[in-house]
Design a protein around this ligand. Structure first.
Ligand SMILES: [Zn+2]
Length: 216
């Protein structure tokens, strides 16, 4: 059996455990060779067995087996076709981060891990119909060479060279939202300055930690 199936099952469980999706919400995928393995439509992410991930040929779109893949399949395939380096896509519905961006807020560098995993800025796009070609187009465009996109009134899309990396990004987005909300409750948040961000970007120790996320 393909190696990534086992991993998808592990990270599907983690997504629900961390509260990043509710019910059958969210969908994830991984690329192995010429194929992409996606969550089946309508399943809770923590209830998908290794043999239930839906195998799809990336170039032709041919679907193997009887199960129907997530309705957001087009977005997943669009990302893989645009980005050779991406091996995993994690789309979740993180409640705090989605609430914040839907109210017009942006998530900004608040602590070192934000800079290390998410970069300097997280692009936000307006609501688009889930599963539509428009969603695929907007997400692929906003993602560009980056790793994260937040969609108002919907969720986040995080990519990585491994599922571990894409999952870590998804989790950290929600943790950032949690810290921002905590900070706003007691006072005014001071975000990292440009100088502090540059300092982190040039840190060798961060490079080492980032490499570990790319290992399975
Ligand atoms: Zn969704």
């Amino acid at each position: 059996m393909e190696e990534c199936r086992r991993e998808l099952t592990i990270y599907g469980k983690k997504i629900i455990e961390k509260g990043l999706a509710a019910g059958p919400g969210g969908n994830i995928s991984a690329r192995e060779g010429d194929y992409v393995f996606l969550s089946p439509s309508g399943f809770f992410l923590d209830e998908i067995g290794s043999d239930e991930w839906v195998k799809v040929h990336l170039e032709t779109g041919r679907i193997y087996g009887q199960a129907r893949p997530t309705c957001e399949i087009s977005m997943h395939l669009g990302i893989y076709l645009a980005r050779e380096d991406v091996k995993a896509v994690v789309h979740t519905h993180p409640p705090l981060a989605v609430g914040m961006v839907s109210a017009g807020a942006r998530l900004k560098p608040l602590f070192p891990d934000f800079v290390a995993l998410l970069g300097r800025d997280v692009p936000v796009i307006d609501y688009v119909q889930p599963g539509s070609q428009e969603m695929r187009r907007r997400v692929v465009k906003s993602l560009g060479k980056g790793n994260v996109v937040l969609m108002k009134n919907h969720g986040s899309v995080c990519v990585g060279e491994t599922l571990k990396e894409a999952f870590a990004r998804s989790w950290l987005l929600e943790e950032t939202a949690r810290s921002v909300l905590a900070g706003n409750m007691v006072g005014k948040i001071k975000y990292l300055s440009l100088k502090e961000i540059e300092g982190l970007e040039n840190m060798e120790a961060e490079d080492y930690r980032k490499t570990l996320l790319k290992k399975k």
